[in-house]
Write a protein that binds this ligand. Structure first.
Ligand SMILES: Cc1ncc(COP(=O)(O)O)c(C=O)c1O
Length: 442
């Protein structure tokens, strides 16, 4: 929906603005009341004083998600989309959720609908601590803060660690949603050189001095799908420990490995200097909006205060349902089915790329888990300009430029392999290859 907002002097999109500003816009548009005649309304419109909204500097820094903007062109019926960042809905455990919801309402109905502790629901915090222990992290449930998605964890971290002008370090490229969470706090964002194995330890060392933190995604990274191996983790953690550099480790995809679990977390190597973010979005369902962070005891109270100010607590109803679902090892039975599906889909996309891109200077990586792969177009082909041409052929992707904090590589693109069927993957990759072949390179 497009709303003309003369107050702000431009046309704004209610969806990308978010609900709050959209409501403001609707209010000041004087949305027509069903009872009033249009003449009455015109009269009211004329008499209404012009409002001057002065936006906070931080609101000026907020940008609509570039991806959402780009994806508007992909909202065409029949399009094969490799663009979205959504998990496959086939993996959502509807039956288990139904049973757990009934159980919670029957046995715990009133408590589950009441306000609750900001830290989160005790049994869920205990489950998180026990699950991380299996991965070699020594975490007390007191260090676990349940968040409204791990996206909220990024927002809380930004609020308590970034002042205007603070230097923060990010991978090249990095998760766009993190940049969106950090930017309103007005940091100086510095990109650290990165390769197929993640962030470069030597460049990290050069840039570490005085930085508030480095934001890292070691497992099946969004957008590239790359993973840091053991040696890189050791080197990166050593740099962080030596420089006293805090690490914000974001790990929503770590459980989605295909053949072997990734090496131990960075947080386990730098426990007093890390905030670790986890999520139930990719292993259960994103609509639950359930994530968590694990913080050292020294930092936890500030994150908790920021959480209280943000939303008092994450919905207790959802937390109890998920705690019920997780009982008796459900995840150990459920997650392998997601891994098998995504591995199969990824293999289908890799095979289609090999077949269809023959003879084109198109390169791609081979992820060992997660939802995405990362590709690079031939010299002279710009992914943003290629997108409408691909959409004309009924296939969409996300141009990689959106994920760079500085100096974008305009030849890169992200392909999600999880939501399209194998048949769609085959057709979509063939169409993409055709669009690249027809791209006018001068
Ligand atoms: C790297 C990364 N971090 C955080 C998030 C936010 O996830 P959620 O808030 O659903 O837990 C996402 C979502 O796609 C992501 O890709």
């Amino acid at each position: 929906m497009l709303l003309a907002v003369p107050l702000l002097g431009e046309t704004l999109d209610a969806v990308t603005l978010g609900f709050g500003l959209a409501v403001i816009a609707t209010v000041f548009l004087g949305k027509k009341d069903a009872g009033a005649s249009s003449e009455d309304n015109d009269d009211i419109e004329r008499k209404k004083p012009m409002m001057n909204w002065t936006l906070a500097a931080r609101a000026e820094k907020m940008n609509p998600s570039v991806i959402r903007e780009i994806l508007k062109v992909t909202e065409k019926p029949g399009i094969i989309s490799f663009a979205g960042g959504l998990p496959s809905p086939k993996t959502f455990p509807v039956e288990a959720m139904l049973e757990a919801t009934q159980h919670v309402l029957t046995h715990d109905g009133r408590a589950s609908l009441q306000y609750a502790a900001s830290e989160g629901y005790g049994p869920l915090r205990e489950w998180v601590a026990a699950d991380l222990a299996k991965q070699g992290m020594r975490v007390s449930p007191d260090q676990v803060l349940i968040t409204t998605g791990s996206q909220q964890g990024l927002d809380l971290v930004a609020k308590i660690l970034i002042d205007a002008g603070s230097r923060i370090l990010v991978e090249t490229p990095t998760y766009l949603g993190a940049l969106q969470a950090f930017t309103p706090m007005e940091p100086q964002v510095v990109s650290v050189d990165s390769d197929d194995g993640g962030v470069d330890a030597a460049d990290l060392q050069r840039k570490a001095a005085g930085a508030r933190f480095v934001y890292l995604l070691p497992n099946f990274q969004n957008p590239t799908g790359r993973t840091m191996d053991e040696a890189r983790r050791t080197a990166v953690a050593a740099v962080a420990v030596e420089a006293g550099l805090p690490i914000i480790e974001d790990n929503p995809y770590g459980d989605l490995w295909f053949d072997a679990a990734p090496p131990a977390s960075l947080a386990s190597r730098h426990p007093d200097g890390s905030v670790y973010l986890g999520s139930f979005s990719k292993i259960l369902a994103p609509g639950l909006r359930l994530g968590y962070l694990v913080a050292p005891k020294a930092l936890y109270p500030k994150l908790l205060q920021a959480k209280q100010a943000a939303d008092l607590h994450t919905p207790s109803f959802n937390q109890r349902i998920v705690a019920e679902v997780l009982k008796n090892g459900f995840i150990d039975r459920h997650v392998p089915t997601i891994r098998a599906l995504y591995k199969h889909q990824c293999e289908a996309m890799l095979a289609a790329l090999k077949r269809e891109m023959a003879g084109i200077d198109f390169t791609w990586n081979t992820p060992s888990g997660g939802m995405f792969l990362w590709a690079r177009l031939p010299e002279g082909v710009d992914a943003v300009k290629l997108l409408p041409r691909a959409v004309d052929k009924d296939v969409a992707f996300v141009p990689g430029a959106a994920f760079y904090a500085t100096q974008a590589d305009t030849r890169t693109l992200r392909l999600s392999f999880v939501t399209a069927s194998v048949d769609q993957i085959n057709h979509g990759i063939a169409a993409l290859a055709q669009a690249i072949r027809e791209y006018p390179v001068n």
